[in-house]
Design a binder for this molecule. Structure first.
Ligand SMILES: Nc1ncnc2c1ncn2[C@@H]1O[C@H](COP(=O)(O)OP(=O)(O)OP(=O)(O)O)[C@@H](O)[C@H]1O
Ligand SMILES: [Mg+2]
Length: 248
C-alpha cells in the first residue's frame, strides 16, 4: 500500500449553539487516506462532512482527537499542514477586482513562491485547467464554472501532496463538473492524495477508490467500493449509502 498521507483518529467537534445547546457535529471519526488515492466522504446534509474537512484544513480546532497531513499535526503544526494541503470549500471567495491570472499569482506568493516562479506556475495552471479564455478577466465577471476553476488553481498552486475538496462540483453543469473531475483524476495520477465530499453518488462511484460514509457525525462504514458492495449486499454506492445510513 502507498504512503499514508492523511491520518485521522478520533476527530471530534462540538459546537456551542445558542438555540440548540451543544451540537455534536463530528463524534470521533477515524480514517486514513493514501498517496495516489481518491477518498470520498459521503453523507447526508448536516452529517458533519464540512466540519470534519475544516478541522483537517486547520480552520476549526477539534474538541478532541487528532489528525495529521503529510506527518504534520493539525493542532500542533498548522503551518506545516497548510504547506502539505490544498483546501477547497464552497465558501472560498475570490477577490472581485483581481483577474483570474492575478488571483492565482497572488496565492502563489502567499505560499512564499517567488514572483518569477509564481508567474510560471500560474501560466501552467491556466493551461492545465483551460482558463485561457477568461484568464485576464476580473473574478467579479466570471461564471460559476470559471470561478471554480480559478478556485481549484489557487488550491493547488503550491503543489501540495494532499487535496481536500468539499463538494468541488456542486452547482456546476455537466461540462464544468467533467473538467473538475478530469483535474482530480490527473491529480491522482500525479500521486496526490485527494479527499472529497460529494452528494453525487454516481460521481463518487466513478471517481473514488475508497469511501467513508458519515452520518450523524459518525463514520457508518468505510472501505473500498468492492468491500462496501460486499458488506451491504449492493452493486452500487447509492444502495450502500442508503443501507449504511439506515443501519445507524
Ligand atoms: N458554527 C456552527 N455552530 C453550530 N453548529 C454548527 C456549526 N457548523 C456546523 N454546525 C452543525 O454541525 C452539523 C454538521 O454540519 P456540517 O456543515 O459539517 O454538515 P455537512 O455534512 O457538511 O452537510 P452538507 O451536506 O449540508 O454540507 C450540523 O448540525 C450543523 O448545523
Ligand atoms: Mg458541507
Amino acid at each position: 500500500m502507498s504512503e499514508v498521507l492523511v491520518q485521522v483518529y478520533g476527530l471530534t467537534k462540538h459546537f456551542q449553539d445558542k438555540k440548540r445547546g451543544v451540537v455534536e457535529a463530528v463524534k470521533g471519526i477515524s480514517f486514513e487516506a493514501h498517496a495516489g488515492e481518491i477518498f470520498g466522504l459521503l453523507g447526508p446534509n448536516g452529517a458533519g462532512k464540512t466540519t470534519a474537512l475544516r478541522m483537517l484544513a486547520t480552520i476549526l480546532t477539534p474538541t478532541a482527537g487528532t489528525a495529521s497531513i503529510g506527518g504534520a499535526d493539525i493542532v500542533s503544526n498548522p503551518d506545516g499542514v497548510r504547506r502539505k494541503l490544498g483546501f477547497l470549500s464552497g465558501d472560498t471567495g475570490l477577490y472581485a477586482r483581481l483577474t483570474a491570472c492575478e488571483m492565482v499569482e497572488y496565492f502563489a506568493m502567499l505560499y512564499d513562491i517567488d514572483a518569477q516562479a509564481a508567474v510560471k506556475r500560474a501560466a501552467e495552471l491556466c493551461e492545465r485547467l483551460d482558463m485561457g479564455e477568461f484568464w485576464q478577466r476580473r473574478c467579479a465577471k466570471l461564471s460559476t464554472g470559471q470561478r471554480q476553476k480559478v478556485n481549484i488553481a489557487r488550491t493547488v498552486v503550491h503543489n501540495p501532496p494532499a487535496l481536500i475538496l468539499d463538494e468541488p462540483t456542486a452547482g456546476l453543469d455537466v461540462l464544468a463538473s467533467r473538467n473538475i473531475v478530469q483535474f482530480i483524476r490527473s491529480a491522482q495520477t500525479d500521486g496526490k492524495c485527494v479527499i472529497l465530499s460529494t452528494h453525487d453518488m454516481g460521481e463518487a462511484e466513478r471517481l473514488c477508490d475508497r469511501v467513508g460514509i458519515i452520518h450523524n457525525g459518525i463514520i457508518a462504514a468505510v472501505g473500498t467500493k468492492a468491500e462496501l458492495f460486499a458488506r451491504f449486499n449492493a452493486d452500487n454506492l447509492e444502495d450502500v449509502f442508503l443501507r449504511a445510513v439506515g443501519e445507524n
